[in-house]
Design a protein around this ligand. Structure first.
Ligand code: AMP
Length: 303
């Protein structure tokens, strides 16, 4: 495992790997690794011959300067965690500085119209433009065969898929399952900021999703089209625990990320997405109902 910090170095190292016949898997991250990140690296290692992990806290995607300053940075710890993956450790860690990624303020914008209108896009204006910009830059720099994103950030995943499709970027987008704590809480670097009671309260998000999955399953098993209002009503009740302040709880189309109105069809998938604040810490989670694997992973983790 080797660390590189310049675009030129990563390009030439990737070219060398490729000329030896290796396929390249890429995992873009902002560092401060937890098991969720490491799982994406394992997935990339399974699906490709050589893996590149980028660690870059992207200023363009922070809507509040204080969040950018407060974002945890631990390059040495991250590299130890990656080395601990043994055979599945990446070949390259690309850890550029801000000047390397943004030698001058970009005049080019990457906006995926429509997909950022709801959920996190509504709460964090400009956030997904910053994500889109850095993802396109990183994909152009690394030029991987496949890139892995977590389902935990479902709207981000969809936006990346759409950018890749619209711009004909020659890369396969792979979605990694959400990794959870034993009590069902989705792993996030922000969980560290919660004390014991707040951490217990945070279970409400995955419990709300569990409620939604069970309701959809029951309705569909009985041949009924589940009403969105009954899904969100039941899930909101599970989310309403002391210390948890709901931001959104929506049932959205998995492709457009727009709220579904009325009822879900009897077949097909929909994303139930939730965001809530626990002691000022913003947490998100989601499940894709109708995707039996994703449903089951959530049910197993929240049993
Ligand atoms: P970040 O460093 O927060 O930008 O995240 C890097 C990647 O890790 C993104 O693709 C995230 O979706 C993914 N990720 C974050 N949390 C999890 C998790 N609990 N399980 C799986 N992937 C995750």
């Amino acid at each position: 495992m080797e660390r590189v910090t310049s675009r030129a170095e990563v390009r030439s190292k990737v070219a060398a790997l490729r000329s030896g016949g290796a396929t390249i898997g890429f995992v873009p991250t902002m560092g401060a690794f937890h098991e969720g990140h490491l799982d994406l690296v394992r997935l990339a290692a399974e699906l490709s011959d050589a893996v590149v992990v980028s660690i870059f806290v992207n200023p363009a995607q922070f809507d509040r300067p204080e969040d950018l300053t407060a974002y945890p940075r631990d390059l040495a710890g991250d590299e130890r965690a990656l080395a601990g993956l043994g055979e599945q450790a990446p070949e390259l860690v690309f850890a550029p500085g801000v000047d390397e990624m943004y030698p001058r303020p970009p005049a080019t914008a990457v906006t995926v119209a429509g997909l950022d209108e709801y959920l996190c896009g509504l709460a964090r204006p400009g956030h997904f433009d910053g994500v889109g910009l850095v993802v396109v830059k990183l994909l152009n720099i690394v030029a991987p065969d496949l890139v892995v994103f977590g389902r935990k950030d479902r709207q981000q995943l969809q936006i990346v898929r759409r950018i890749v499709a619209d711009l004909n970027l020659p890369v396969e987008v792979v979605a990694g399952p959400t990794v959870r704590e034993p009590d069902g809480v989705a792993l996030s670097s922000r969980n560290r900021r919660l004390d014991t009671d707040q951490r217990v309260a945070a279970r409400a998000l995955s419990r709300a999703l569990r409620t939604a999955v069970l309701l959809v399953r029951d309705a569909r098993a009985a041949g009924r089209a589940p009403a969105v209002a009954s899904i969100t009503g039941a899930a909101a009740a599970a989310l309403a625990v002391p210390g948890v302040e709901a931001e959104y709880l929506e049932v959205v189309d998995p492709d457009t990320m727009h709220p579904i109105e009325g009822a879900l069809p009897t077949h097909g998938t929909a994303v139930v997405a939730v965001a809530a604040h626990v002691a000022g810490v913003r947490l998100i989670d989601n499940v894709e109902v109708g995707d039996l694997e994703d449903e089951q992973r959530l049910l197993d983790a929240t049993a």
